[in-house]
Design a protein around this ligand. Sequence first.
Ligand code: PHE
Length: 445
Amino acid sequence: MNKFSRIGFIFAAAGSAVGLGNIWKFPYITGEYGGGAFVLVYLLCIVFIGLVVFIAESYLGQASEANVSSTFIKMSKTKNPNWKYAGFMVFAGLFILAFYSVVLGWILNYIIVSFGNLPNSAQEAGNSFNTLISEKIGLQILLHSIVALITIFIVLKGVKDGIEKINLILMPLLGIIMFGLLAYALTLDSFSKSIEFMFRADWSKIDENALLAALGQAFFTLSLGIGTIMTYSASLPQKNNFIKSSLYVAIVDTTIAIVAGLIIFSFLFAAGAKSSAGPGLVFISLPVIFEQWGTLGNIIAVAFFSALLFAGITSAVSMIEPVLMLFIERFNMTRKKAVATCGSIFYIFGIIALLSLSSSYKESLTFFGKNAFDWMDFLTSSISMPIAAIITCIFLGFFVDKEKIKNKFTQHVPVAIFNIWYVLVKYIVPLAVIILLLNKLGIIK
Ligand code: PHE
């Protein structure tokens, strides 16, 4: 198998982690939950839950060098073949990719729009976004198709020539754009307000919903619970320090999220706009602000939406790769055939997702008060990802030989670190996630 280079792995895993979750979702949920206190809760979730699960997935992948199903069988003490069912977690990737590709399509649209006339009032911006998602079905299908083709083209080439290469190009570009945008934000008077908003704790909006949102976001942003990190780590050279790489990835991911927040809030506050605009924040509030800045605004808009696109593409490829590897290894499929199968599934579900937002098909594609788009998001981010994380932790804690794990960890870190991680993975994380999950489903209050 073609392995990642050391730096290639870090870029690819960071590329997977840094995505729409960081630049689009993190700022708007931070805005909704009032800023600083939420950021703090989120950081705690990243360190004590996200990073712990990340290291767990990375360990399993590197130690087994196999697809997710085989990883669970191979690593279990008894080699019980029923562990193959844990491999189901990878299918969540196709459903995330379905709606993710639709959102990337909107972003593509905004890159094009940013070259021309941006909306000059909040109302016009709102109208044009709403018209895009509710009326322009053909355009959205076209955009979704372009994104799907780009994704398919990259994964067809495999881990080394496709995924590693694209990450080595797009991630530095993303870094440069984010740095440039931050430099510009720093020149604005509103930058200090943005810092204050993101780091001054206002605990009044922190309730169980905020905790759940922070935890869900920690999983989503670190690409956990669908086998991505396990699959990428299976291509990590054996000598590599997987704990250090995990730490780097978590640091890069968190830094980009915070920087994205600082940039976006500086822009919003510069125009006196609200921080709590929800999902439309980057599609409605920002374009109006860019418009007020004239040509410079156009340049910033193109840069901003390109950053989103680059971040999203490197995440998109990582959602499909776990399923591909599973199909290739377990069902002896060629990569081409696996890509054709998985590509068609996510492509079709993407179309269902976008139709479910349109005014013509909304009604027939809404079930129990939630449209298909939201269902795909809910069933993956809120249900399947946390369950997969619980399974992974319990598996490591109770069904894998502790000495074997310890041996591998102590090649890289002192035994004390291993012990802390082990207690977290075996008891604390699964318990915390189970409680939060039951709470979210309304089973306990
Ligand atoms: N981490 C990505 C983001 O923040 C999303 C993602 C989830 C990627 C799951 C891969 C697997 O946008």
